[in-house]
Design a protein. Sequence first.
Length: 315
Amino acid sequence: MLNRRHLRVKVLQSLYAYHQSDVRDLKQHEKNLLQSIDKVYEMYIWMLSLISEVVGYAQNDANDRANKHLPTADDLNADLKILTNRFVLSLNQNQEFLAALKKYKVSWTFEPELTKTLFTILKSSPDYTEYLQKTGDTIQTDKDIIKFIFKKVILKSSLADQVFEDKFIFWPVDRDVLQALIAKTFKNFSHDDYTQNKLAEVTGNWVEDREFIVNLFENTIRYDEQYQQMISEKTQNWEPERIAMMDTLLMKMALAEFLKFNSIPVKVTINEYLEISKEFSTPKSNSFINGILDKILIELKAQNKIVKIGRGLIE
């Protein structure tokens, strides 16, 4: 699921889009930010649907084999055990999942070869052969083959990777989040009573997380000039064009957290943005951002402008 670092990245992406856009409608960009979170959940639903489609293709494959010109005995008696897989049966009866399929208009008809290709890979794997031969399955053991389909078939497929990248602009960034959501789903689907099996939630607490990202986004923009002045005073020896835009945005977000989020420890803020800079900015950004924020922080503390409330937050 989306943790606070992932949420900060979403805000960073939205701030970048805001500053690159000719349209400075704050509410529209805020709407786009929230939609980017929903896109992660949509991607999750599409992936669950693809898993179900791959399993369901066993019937198509059996039909094709039986209708061959000279079918063998094996062709006429294809093992369809996977169609009774408890995880997939539970998923396909899950009301949340069914509602989401309708909401996002999920259909794989636009890419007919994908499911067939993935099932062909699955069918030729030793893991699938072992699964078909196994007896005494439960929902726990049934999940093992589904995990294999997800991790070793779909995520290893260059075709599937291309399809998701074409459909979801932030697929390379959100892929790790997707894996966490699917892992949470495997954990949640542990009951023989299918009505007790729940989909994963996109965040741990959406009410709080929604407030966090909206406030972070709005405060970073609202006090942009003030934060820019604070940064400029500490980077006088740097030519402005040499400072990466991402570095500036990350520092402004950090300043917003220093000054406007009194429940987030300063050290947490600094560590989070330094980690994000490693992935989204230049190789030298980490030390540069750390140095500038340290200088600003010393000044803010001297002016008593850093106010943190709560156990362990008062320095």
